[in-house]
Design a binder for this molecule. Structure first.
Ligand SMILES: [Zn+2]
Length: 55
């Protein structure tokens, strides 16, 4: 059975996968995995592109 998590960014049901972020490992080498929906992914991508455009 496929896992259906919620988007960790907007908390909506993750209908379509955008991307996954991994946190830096903590002192126990545990990594937090964050799922983002396609909408939040597009938003992040737009922000990155804007940032690069300024430089
Ligand atoms: Zn989202």
């Amino acid at each position: 059975m496929p896992i259906k998590p919620n988007c960790d960014c907007c908390q909506n049901a993750l209908e379509e996968f955008g991307d996954i972020s991994l946190s830096p490992p903590d002192e126990e080498q545990k990594v937090v995995k964050l799922h983002r929906c396609i909408n939040c992914y597009e938003e992040v991508l737009a922000q990155i592109k804007t940032r690069y455009a300024k430089n």
